[in-house]
Design a protein. Structure first.
Length: 510
């Protein structure tokens, strides 16, 4: 939802081939049909959990340290996604790898927060969602399956719990149900890390996908491993096509491919969502990709061999075409905060007021280390963000590119004038007299960052300081996070923000 990067729409094979980036592969079949290219969501949307409800699709994904959490996305074609709700309003802890599922016409999300499993339920994917229920399980990566009225929950490490009939409690302790597929010793991985179970039932078999190899580390680490059984509890037989998905080389565009869940269309076609780091742009987090799946005559599945993650792929639903990602720009005209936004580590409705063309954000803490910034995930190698800010006496507020409180770069307006924080946390100040209003702009040029400001009735100025952020990612800093635009306010009083704007390219002030 975070960029307007240009994608390819209806075109002939010739015009499409000429427009593809270098190295992008074109399928020979169905060339006249609209195609899509990965990612289907730019920016950090990992551990996705898609389901089909009639002819429509819904998913949620890891929301980590942001609230509202567990965003619910809707699609008509598996490619174009728009946010429609959030299942968690308040901060529950760091939310990893949720599992959205339907059972007997009711919807559940099983999710870990701070390594403890919770569940929420709703009559529809858009809600209303219940308050979280603690299942008393210390684990991550839950996945639900049912057989003959019995309900089960798989977790990382190959563990399985039986659930009560309502799915809201466990019936007993964990038992081992699945072991890791033996990764070849020649494969460069981070760890075995048996995690990310995903389950489905089809034609008399239960299928279990797991992730192995570690989601970070070397580019070849992650993978999708599959197995099947005649029963939801096993025993499990490994697929002869393992690994189903795997990055072959650290030189590939899409690294650490893994964590796959299958979903079918109403027309009977099958797809798998996976997440992946983009080579050279780990700062974007794990982006969401979609791959077509083919079933074999003997009941296994595999990625169609002529298709790679960087292929141009026929749209899952004929007559549809890939649209630009949702623009996170916000004029703050509505009384509710837009679904593109998330607060770091809290959601305090009393702290902000929005609507009528502004967002008023109360100051909190003394700096980035102890305030809750408001962020929107962004995709794309280069982009521009801008906002107008007005501050009360004693308040410092502005615009940042934020990974976590210790690792961010940005530009602020405050009592000391202009503040420029570069990538290593060093901050420079430039006096601006008694200025309390300014327009601030950050230009991200392939991870090199420039800062601009404009005082009322004055021309744009570029600061002498710039920053570089290519090291702000999980392999260096941990946390499984991404760099995202953020609004901040600390000190005393409050700040007012107007006209948050985003461009999916470099836009230098004239």
């Amino acid at each position: 939802m975070i960029t307007r990067r240009r994608f390819f729409r209806d075109a002939s094979r010739t015009s499409l081939a000429l427009s593809l980036p270098p190295g992008l592969r074109m399928l020979s079949a169905e060339a006249a049909r609209s195609v899509y290219t990965n990612p289907i969501m730019g920016g950090d949307h990992p551990d996705a959990s898609p389901i089909r409800v009639g002819n429509e699709f819904y998913l949620t994904h890891s929301s980590f340290d942001y609230a509202p959490g567990l965003p619910i996305w809707h699609s008509l074609d598996l490619v174009n996604w728009r946010p429609v709700a959030a299942a968690l309003e308040h901060y529950q802890g760091s939310v990893w790898a949720p599992y959205l599922c339907e059972y007997q016409g009711h919807f559940y999300i099983y999710f870990p927060a701070n390594n403890r499993i919770f569940v929420v339920q709703a009559p529809h994917p858009t809600g209303p969602w219940s308050e979280p229920i603690d299942l008393g399980i210390s684990a991550i990566d839950p996945a639900h399956i049912a057989e003959n009225g019995r309900r089960f929950l798989y977790t990382n490490g190959g563990q399985m719990f039986e659930l009560t009939p309502d799915g809201l409690a466990t019936k007993g302790p964990a038992r081992p149900a699945f072991e890791a597929w033996p990764i070849p010793s020649s494969t460069r991985i981070e760890c075995i890390c048996l995690e990310g179970p995903k389950l489905l039932e089809r034609d008399g078999y239960f299928y279990l996908n797991v992730a192995e190899g570690g989601t970070g580390g070397p580019g070849t680490s992650h993978s999708v491993i599959s197995a099947r059984s005649r029963h939801a509890t096993g025993p499990w037989e490994f697929s002869p096509y393992n690994p189903i998905v795997h990055t072959q080389s650290r030189d590939d565009r899409w690294l650490s491919l893994g964590h796959g869940r299958l979903v079918d269309t109403a027309g009977g076609d099958w797809y798998m969502t996976v997440h992946s780091y983009e080579n050279g742009y780990r700062t974007l987090g794990r982006q969401l990709l979609l791959l077509p799946i083919a079933w074999t005559a003997d009941g296994w599945f595999r990625v169609q061999p002529e298709i790679a993650a960087d292929s141009a792929i026929p749209m899952p639903v004929p007559g549809r075409s890939q649209e630009p990602f949702l623009d996170p720009s916000d004029p703050f005209l509505t009384a509710d905060l837009g679904l593109q936004w998330g607060f770091w580590h809290q959601y305090d409705r009393a702290r902000f007021d929005t609507g009528k063309g502004f967002l008023r954000l109360a100051a909190q803490g003394r700096g980035l280390a102890d305030t809750s910034v408001l962020t929107a995930s962004a995709g794309g190698h280069s982009y521009t963000v801008e906002v107008e800010v007005a501050i009360d006496p004693g308040c410092e507020a502005g615009l940042a590119l934020f990974y976590d409180p210790g690792h961010a770069t940005g530009i602020t307006l405050g009592p000391e004038g202009l503040g420029i924080r570069v990538g290593d946390g060093l901050t420079f100040h430039h006096p601006l007299g008694d200025a309390t209003r300014a327009t601030l702009r950050i230009v991200n040029d392939r991870q090199e960052i420039d800062f601009y400001f404009r005082l009322p009735d004055r021309p744009w100025q570029r600061t002498e300081e710039s920053a570089e952020i290519s090291g702000m990612h999980h392999n260096i800093l941990g946390g499984f996070l991404d760099v995202r635009p953020a609004l901040s306010s600390w000190g005393t009083g409050s700040a007012s923000f107007r006209n948050f704007r985003y461009w999916p390219q470099i836009d230098l002030p004239s």
